[in-house]
Design a protein. Structure first.
Length: 148
């Protein structure tokens, strides 16, 4: 004997439409009606309705933005800037590692200038403890090296 499909849950169309018109997303409509998100999404598509977007406030710039992702915290512009900043920081760290290996005194001088211009918090945040410790160790070794 074959497996019989479960009967489809009946959706309260008036209530679903009311919730949709309030701007709720499929997940929230489903939760309110005690249905699955898939059931609500299929109902919305049959109705020819577009997906509602969440209205959120960016944690960086404070602008309001729309998203379909509940976990979004940044507007698209700030997300793009954070992505760019991340890769710039990676490049900066790679350049500093190379400099620590080849010329630790110059690396130490650059870090000192960064501290004066940007402050200690900036240096620690963007260079990281490993690089700073490596610079200090190399400079200490050079300072205590015999014959210099």
């Amino acid at each position: 004997m074959g497996v019989l499909p479960l009967p489809a849950k009946k959706i309260n169309e008036a209530k679903a439409m009311e919730l949709y018109n309030q701007g709720l997303i499929d997940t929230d409509i489903a939760r309110c009606l005690g249905l699955s998100q898939t059931t609500v999404t299929n109902w919305r598509l049959r109705q020819g309705l577009k997906r509602n977007k969440l209205k959120k406030v960016c944690i960086d710039c404070g602008k309001q933005f729309e998203t379909i992702c509940r976990g979004a915290k940044r507007c698209p512009e700030c997300r793009r800037m954070k992505y760019i900043l991340y890769y710039e920081v990676v490049k900066l760290r790679c350049m500093m590692w190379d400099l620590v290996k080849s010329d630790p005194l110059t690396a130490h001088k650059i870090v000192s200038e960064m501290r004066e211009e940007e402050g200690e918090e900036f240096v620690r945040k963007y260079l990281g403890e490993k690089i700073l410790n490596a610079i200090n160790q190399k400079v200490n070794v050079l300072a205590h090296a015999p014959g210099e």
